[in-house]
Design a protein around this ligand. Structure first.
Ligand code: NG6
Ligand code: CA
Length: 506
């Protein structure tokens, strides 16, 4: 399609030709590859074979890593989903917003219209943008009527197209929402959601365990759908309810459709996988593939999704012109609330790899995640130890495509595009990490966790929280965070404490 800027560029070229000098169109100087961010849900550093696991096979993710750059120090901002996704999309540390915590399915939209976001910035550069998959960033303004168009939502903050679940697969409503409307509702059977009390007469996991095919281990004992009890209460909307086992196929189809429609590009796709978050319900064809039960099988399914995306790019002839970032929204958890044998069948698999903690934790394993950048022909294959974070994607990718964010927006996002493309091994110099209202900070040498009250272990998930009333300082060269060296290094402690304080004051 010819637009006004290409006409301008063309006429300049014509003029230059007439004057006898050679000139390329202006567009050539700013690359505008298609951009796909694939974000897994609760996938650990050690859950991917490219990161050294020999107990699970993720050939499609490995292929991205083999052809691209695999970061060993790639982070999300937070050890849980909502805050982490908030960081990725807004370029702002989630702990600056007190509402950025794990949200119920009926929470109001956390990212408000007008806020700069990764998709809104890419739109300024002419991108068509879509989110497909898990949202979990709130919708509407509270008291949502699920039977009408819900606003605000993703289409009001920079996405041209959205097809997603509202929150998580373990929270009601268990329906797909396309462009802010529930898909497949029938007028005679309205969908109703309540997070405080049940609708009279509706069965629950607590009272009707005989209706369950997957039982909760903690929580998750409210409304039942597809033999699985969830968080929150729901009634009606029967024709719209998803089948969990089909979710991967549905999301992959929608992602493919968007890529095909936008093949002339440039497009941005935020593909938010739901695996291996609970309830782990891979499609029947993946059941038994990992030998580790539903958690491992869900990872195999996630890997299949990645393969479908890359295959589709290939079939559209877009592989070379597409930059893919693959990562995870937080570290791994084994038992996250359902009796799905994840603990019993784990065997020798180490979802954390060499790290400590996991989902919900302030230790490194809460936020250090698989992080791969692939752009064939542009990013040289290899491994990078540069410190990078998902919060840096807005500044880095907007700089790549030649747009600038308004001052005061995406304030915590650093432009680390050279590190992401493998042109430099220097990324950030420090990073604040977040879990449940607490922070840690790291630089290139040390990792500091200031004193916190609270349990050392979150009992239900058996996660080491990272909380301790003593100061904790670890060397980055001690990835298992085994030796607390705070007492011997008061200067490093003071330096990082001051840095954290300065970040908090910003
Ligand atoms: C917790 C849920 C857990 C998971 C998590 C959010 C219980 C007992 N646990 O409250 O299962 O849903 O929230 O996960 O309800 S996240 O990856 O979306 O942050
Ligand atoms: Ca998550």
């Amino acid at each position: 399609m010819i637009n006004s800027s290409s006409i301008k560029a063309l006429s300049l070229v014509t003029l230059a030709a007439a004057l006898g000098c050679k000139m390329e169109p202006a567009e050539e100087t700013t690359p505008k590859p298609n951009i796909i961010v694939i974000l897994a849900d609760d996938l650990g550093y050690g859950d991917v074979s490219a990161y050294g696991s020999s107990t699970i096979s993720t050939p499609n993710i490995d292929q991205l890593a083999a052809a691209g750059l695999r970061f060993t120090q790639g982070y999300c901002t937070s050890a849980t989903c909502t805050p982490s996704r908030y960081g990725l999309l807004t370029g702002v540390y989630p702990w600056r917003n007190k509402d950025a915590r794990v949200l119920p399915g009926d929470a109001p939209a956390l990212i408000r219209p007008g806020m700069a976001t990764l998709p809104s910035l890419l739109k300024k550069a002419g991108y068509k943008t879509a989110v497909v998959g898990k949202w979990h960033l709130g919708l509407g303004d509270g008291n949502v009527n699920w039977n009408e168009r819900i606003s605000p939502g993703p289409n009001d903050i920079g996405f041209d197209y959205s097809y997603m679940m509202a929150a998580t697969n373990d929270r009601v409503p268990t329906v797909f929402v396309e462009n802010q409307k529930v898909v497949g509702l029938e007028a005679h059977d309205p969908l109703m959601i309540n997070y405080k009390e049940n609708f009279p007469g509706e069965p629950t996991g607590k009272d009707n365990p005989e209706l369950l095919k997957m039982h909760p281990s903690h929580g998750h004992d409210m409304s039942i759908h597809n033999g699985i009890s969830r968080i929150g209460f729901m009634k009606g909307g029967k024709a719209a309810l998803w089948r969990d086992e089909d979710m991967a196929d549905v999301f992959v189809d929608k992602a493919r459709e968007f890529m095909t429609e936008q093949k002339d590009g440039p497009f941005f796709l935020y593909f938010a996988l739901h695996q291996p978050h609970v309830p782990r319900t891979p499609n029947e064809r993946f059941v038994g593939q990992s030998g580790m039960g539903p958690r491992g099988d869900a990872i195999v399914e996630a890997d299949w999704c990645v393969g479908e995306i890359t295959k589709h790019l290939e079939s559209l002839g877009l592989s070379k012109n597409t930059l893919i970032v693959f990562s995870s929204d937080n570290g791994p958890v084994i038992d996250d609330g359902y009796q799905d044998q994840a603990v019993e069948l784990l065997g020798d698999h180490q979802p954390l790899g060499p790290l400590r903690g996991g989902k919900y934790s302030l230790f490194d394993g809460g936020t250090r995640v698989p992080f791969i950048v692939s752009w064939p022909g542009k990013v040289k294959a290899g491994v990078s130890d540069a410190l990078v974070c998902q919060v840096d994607l807005p500044a880095s990718l907007s700089s790549l495509v030649g747009v600038t964010a308004d001052s005061g927006t995406i304030a915590d996002s650093k432009n680390v595009i050279d590190a992401l493309l493998g042109k430099s091994d220097i990324g950030r110099s420090s990073l604040v990490l977040h879990a449940s209202g607490t922070q840690a900070i790291r630089n290139l040498k040390w990792y500091l966790i200031p004193p916190n009250d609270g349990p050392a272990i979150y009992q239900y998930t058996n996660t080491e929280s990272g909380r301790d009333t003593a100061m904790q300082l670890y060397q980055i060269s001690d990835p298992g965070q085994k030796i607390n060296i705070a007492a011997e290094n008061p200067e490093a402690v003071a330096e990082l404490e001051a840095l954290l304080l300065a970040e908090k004051k910003k």
